[in-house]
Design a protein around this ligand. Structure first.
Ligand code: DP6
Length: 343
């Protein structure tokens, strides 16, 4: 029998939904998967078919301030803009908040601030849900462990379970039906020289959500059965690359894994193509730079934008190839981010 989100939430927090303060604020970094999550074994609980491995994006992310409001319906603001109840953003967040209302009449006000484009394949929902879970934990004083917070965040959006942490993060697929063993954990490594550049091609919302796209892939792609082995192999290689600081192995593995995921989408019915002409131009530029000996690789999520991986020593040369690129040092020390402490 299908286990519901509500049952999982009750198992984690019981009936502990009495607010302990007026409001609470928390920040979560966005994360970029080096080995992708693409396909669910359980749609209700966002349980993945495979494990996945990501890198968190330091100060790029979302802060979420949550309070109890005196209104008729939830009030949601994104970067100070009121969100209409018929936006996907509003509906997804409200469906998630439904799981935590002290009474049916309780109304929440959520103030989300983000420094990345929303819905453009830059993991905005991941950091949004992770920040909301951290803020709820404070509001209700649950004191949940990071693992438990990761389970709650996963229920909001799969990849959000990785945004609970910074650095390299591994989300173990798990096998239990209630998903209590499907959470992310930080890998105990740092790599100070690693850099991630964000190449914006198009900031508009994507036409098909990653949830719908991955479901269509699972249901209709004739090659989907090859995916678990591809990801397992990629995760092993990435862990080895991190362990030995083998940047070329890390980059080559991430790039191949992203291309494999997009190959699955291409052969889904109907075909799903996030790549745009400018995305392809950038891919060719990456390959040209690499042919000149520069250690630079890309990864791509459910959108046309690319994330570029390279090492700090190559930053000037990489900048010459890719101007106007925001560069993140994932292991840099950050103390303050969009309006709240970096926690
Ligand atoms: C391509 O986590 O957005 O970014 O669980 O349905 O909310 P839902 O999907 P989501 O999918 C992310 C897909 C990806 C790959 C990844 O981040 O691993």
């Amino acid at each position: 029998m299908q286990i519901t989100r509500r049952q999982v939430v009750r198992e984690l927090i019981g009936n502990n939904i009495v607010p302990q303060q007026d409001s609470a604020t928390a920040f979560a970094s966005s994360n970029i998967a080096l080995c992708k999550y693409w396909g669910k074994r359980d749609v209700e609980l966002n349980l993945p078919v495979t494990s996945s491995l990501s890198i968190s994006m330091s100060h790029l992310g979302a802060s979420s301030k949550i309070s109890i409001a005196e209104d008729k319906q939830d009030q949601i603001f994104l970067n100070t803009q009121y969100m209409s109840p018929n936006t996907i953003f509003y509906r997804r967040l409200v469906a998630f908040l439904d799981l935590f209302r002290p009474t049916q009449d309780t109304v929440f006000k959520i103030d989300t601030k983000t420094n990345i484009p929303v819905g453009a394949g830059l993991a905005s929902s991941a950091c949004g849900f992770a920040a909301t879970v951290k803020a709820l934990d404070k509001l209700f004083d649950w004191n949940l462990s990071p693992q438990q917070q990761s389970v709650l965040a996963r229920i909001g959006s799969g990849s959000a379970c990785r945004s609970i942490y910074d650095g390299f993060v591994l989300w173990q697929a798990g096998y239990k039906e209630n998903g209590m063993d499907s959470y992310a954990q930080r890998l105990d490594y740092t790599w100070d020289e690693l850099r991630v550049g964000v190449l914006l091609v198009d900031e508009r919302q994507k036409s098909i959500t990653s949830s719908d796209a991955m479901q269509a892939t699972v249901e209709t792609c004739p090659f989907y059965k090859t995916w678990p082995e591809i990801v397992e192999h990629a995760i092993n290689n990435t862990q080895h690359a991190i362990d030995t600081k083998d940047f070329w192995l890390l980059g080559a593995t991430a790039e191949a894994n992203a291309l494999a995921m997009h190959a699955l989408m291409l052969s889904t019915t109907p075909s799903i193509i996030y790549t745009q002409a400018a995305t392809l131009d950038y891919m060719h530029l990456v390959w040209r730079a690499r042919a000149e000996g520069l250690g630079v690789f890309f990864t791509q999520d459910a959108g046309p934008n690319l994330k570029i991986l390279f090492l700090s020593k190559d930053e000037p040369r990489v900048r010459a190839f890719f101007m106007d690129m925001e560069i993140v040092a994932p292991f840099s020390m950050v103390t303050e981010v969009i309006g709240c402490d970096y926690v």
